[in-house]
Write a protein that binds this ligand. Sequence first.
Ligand SMILES: NC(=O)C1=CN([C@@H]2O[C@H](COP(=O)(O)OP(=O)(O)OC[C@H]3O[C@@H](n4cnc5c(N)ncnc54)[C@H](OP(=O)(O)O)[C@@H]3O)[C@@H](O)[C@H]2O)C=CC1
Ligand SMILES: N[C@@H](CC(=O)OP(=O)(O)O)C(=O)O
Length: 370
Amino acid sequence: MVSAPQNKIKVGVLGATGTVGQRFIELLAPHPYFELHVLAASSRSAGQEYAKIVKWKLNTPIPEKVKKMVVQECSKDAPGMKDCGVVFSGLDHDVAGDIEASLRQAELVVFSNAKNYRRDPIVPLVVPLVNPSHFSVIEHQRASLGLQKGYIVCNANCSTTGVVVALKALEDRFGPLETIMCTTMQAISGAGYPGVSSLDILDNVVPHIGGEEEKIEWETAKILGGVNEDQKGFDYHASHPLKISANCNRVPVIDGHLACVSVKFSKQPAPSVEEVQKAFREFTCEAQTLGKDVCPSAPERAIVYHDAPDRPQPRLDRDLENGACVSVGRLRECNVLDVKFVTLLDNVRLGAATSSVINAEIAVAKGLIV
Ligand SMILES: NC(=O)C1=CN([C@@H]2O[C@H](COP(=O)(O)OP(=O)(O)OC[C@H]3O[C@@H](n4cnc5c(N)ncnc54)[C@H](OP(=O)(O)O)[C@@H]3O)[C@@H](O)[C@H]2O)C=CC1
Ligand SMILES: N[C@@H](CC(=O)OP(=O)(O)O)C(=O)O
């Protein structure tokens, strides 16, 4: 039985003023054992009090304890940075690569939302409700770079995260999938702030999000695949290569990415719709079994299954489980593949900040953050 740490662990947030950074602050301010210690952003914000510089967009107030914290530069030399047991990154990908690598080199532990290191063969790409077993490659990452303590863990693209939790429930119960087709309807907050121009998105749907389809198609195999026997890399689902095709669209919704997913199972005959529904309803993951003491940000239900024929919907369902679950509904037979269904997740919570925080809680339980 793992228990929560006795002492608080100091944490930093990079990109603390951004869309993902604000969710980090909302989640971490009341956290039972992570303690906000450093807030960092660009030189445009550095040196100023957080409440004076941030364009706060959440419908919860800025936590009192962070209002007067002075925003720092994203540097290992920023005051307090070296005391952080973990640094959460909500940095723009243009700058995340160099900053995250330099913090790792300074023996800091970095949990990143940016895409820069997701494809790195020694960096775990972890969706906390799916593949925390990939943390076992951290030891090899440290050894490869001559580090004692520092490492980087990435979480996935937000759309990938929503889809892959549902796929994991199916693979756990019915074995490898063969073909996956998915079409997303993605919220505007996915593009950060100020993001997509109102003249582009109001009264409209934009059928292109640069690089998104490739990310879903590529990241899914790394996440659903295993770890090599020597714990020095990932197998990318090589024994059953996944055929995945994604179409991504931007829609005029503020938060919540919806995806219409069709799948074909390797093993035939395919399970019935009733069996698939049971698999979704009964899905549980390591983050839940660790318990609320150790993993306070994990959802009670990793998948919330919806019976109503018109659910899930972003506005009605994105807040379930404090934005930490995936909603699944509209499950039915598919005339082309085997079954089809709809998934929904909060792109900025489970799709970004919440995943990083749950990942870090699991890493604490595994003794990877002290
Ligand atoms: N929004 C979402 O749904 C998701 C986002 N992501 C990823 O998370 C990351 C953050 O996204 P998001 O919060 O939406 O982006 P935002 O544009 O809202 O925020 C970007 C943050 O990066 C900081 N920043 C920008 N330039 C620099 C710089 N030169 N040096 C240091 N800090 C800098 C900004 O600080 P300042 O205010 O000072 O400019 C701000 O805090 C991105 O990599 C994104 O791809 C991942 C999954 C989902
Ligand atoms: N591209 C996603 C958000 C995002 O930033 O993705 P990534 O972290 O994979 O770059 C969206 O627009 O909804």
